[in-house]
Design a protein around this ligand. Structure first.
Ligand SMILES: *Cc1c(COP(=O)(O)O)cnc(C)c1O
Length: 398
């Protein structure tokens, strides 16, 4: 087996005769011509051997789908206009009135919002479970449970769950599992080979795009029947992606492993630096020994394994909102903004108390949490920026 970095660069593509080049062609179309009526009638929506309509795939979008399926160790992939659309597609394709979906309490927030909004309107219920407690998940699985969401680590709070144990509980009941694999990006661990999930959803907006300028999502599977179910919903909902955006992701993909490793290195260095700061009571990064679920990360990704360039810190409760806001506002290189995976480092303060259901999973900290997405700037410059901003919290102490 070649490594992902090699695989992403040497993935098969057949260029026009005599025009082999580093980048594939970009095909754009809504209308696609058929050579005769018989060919039009014979066109099978399930097959990637032909084309029907731009919305249903082009040579360019099929190529990105194949490369992403390879990256994640799946066999089939569907592209959608955003990571959130990928989450929605899974729900709409697999759930119907009367069904229930289980979502981790520390999941990506909009996943829960979709459940309380559209899914509830369609007569689909949801329950939240404690991602760090496989028994809690097992106890909440019922006859009505048709889908379980997984995320490793939890969005923002970074606890790394025992993914294989959660998957095993679902498999024992024959329930479909869908992993939001945006953090792992197909590099930190294999969603199918290592974690054993049925569906891997990926916000390509993050590391695969790598530029902070593209929105796209993918849904990868390795079960043909499951893929066709998702593909049928995908066609009915009309979720197409633009060829220029597909091109941007195709162009960024070969550098994904290098970028991911660089984000990882810098984030770990900065996370460790925060561990020695008295203003901070907890640093949340799965590769750090004191971070919740560190052992699960080590078991799945390897003790010398990879992690995304994300981490959070919890300020001592003596620093109020005003002080922590002052810290965030004082940063120059870290910009205030959502999302991650691009070259520019980002920072967001969160009020975790408002994001959790205390009846499901207890958030132990009183102080404000700040999440960092580490970009590709020089790590010494980033550390200096953090250090100068951290001095500013003391100005409003007390
Ligand atoms: C960003 C993100 C998404 C959604 O991606 P968009 O393209 O912004 O819709 C989903 N899950 C996780 C974990 C994310 O970080």
């Amino acid at each position: 087996m070649t490594q992902p970095s090699t695989e992403l660069i040497h993935h098969p593509y057949t260029p026009p005769e005599g025009f082999g080049a580093p980048q594939p062609a970009v095909h754009k179309a809504s209308t696609v011509y058929f050579k005769d009526v018989a060919a039009m009638r014979a066109r099978d929506w399930r097959s990637k051997a032909g084309y029907t309509y731009g919305l249903h795939g082009t040579p360019t979008s099929f190529l990105l789908e194949e490369r992403l399926a390879t990256l994640e160790g799946g066999t089939q992939c569907l592209l959608v206009p955003s990571g959130l659309a990928a989450i929605a597609l899974v729900g709409f394709a697999l759930l119907k009135r009367g069904d229930e979906v289980l979502i981790p309490d520390n999941a990506y927030g909009p996943n829960k919002a979709l459940a309380t909004g559209e899914l509830a309107n369609f007569g689909i219920t949801h329950r939240l479970y404690d991602a760090m407690d496989p028994q809690d998940l097992a106890a909440k699985l019922s006859e009505r449970t048709k889908l379980v969401w997984l995320e490793a680590p939890g969005s923002v709070t970074m606890e790394f769950p025992d993914l294989p144990a959660l998957v095993a509980a679902c498999k024992a009941r024959g329930v479909v599992t869908a992993l939001d694999n945006t953090w792992g990006a197909g590099l930190a661990f294999g969603p199918f080979a290592d974690a054993g999930v049925d569906i891997s959803v990926h916000a390509l907006t993050k590391y695969p795009s790598g530029g902070g300028d593209v929105l796209m999502g993918s849904v990868v599977t390795r079960d043909e029947a499951l893929h066709l179910k998702l593909k049928l919903s995908h066609m009915r909902m009309g979720w197409g992606v633009g060829a220029n955006d597909v091109e941007a992701v195709l162009r960024s993909l070969p550098s994904l492993p290098l970028r991911y490793a660089a984000h990882d290195r810098a984030a770990r260095e900065l996370a460790r630096w925060f561990e020695d700061r008295e203003e901070i009571v907890q640093v949340l990064h799965p590769a750090l020994e004191d971070s919740p679920g560190h052992a699960h990360w080590g078991a799945l990704c390897g003790e010398q394994g990879l992690a995304a360039g994300l981490f959070s810190v919890v300020f001592d409760a003596r620093f109020g909102t005003e002080a922590v806001d002052r810290f965030c506002d004082s940063l120059h290189l870290f910009k205030l903004g959502y999302s991650w995976g691009g070259p520019v480092s980002l920072v967001v303060p969160y009020d975790i108390g408002l994001m959790r259901d205390p009846a499901v999973s207890r958030w132990p900290h009183k102080g404000t949490l700040v999440r960092f997405s580490v970009g590709l700037e020089d790590v010494n410059d980033l550390r200096a920026d953090l250090a100068q901003a951290l001095e500013r919290v003391h100005a409003v102490e007390g």
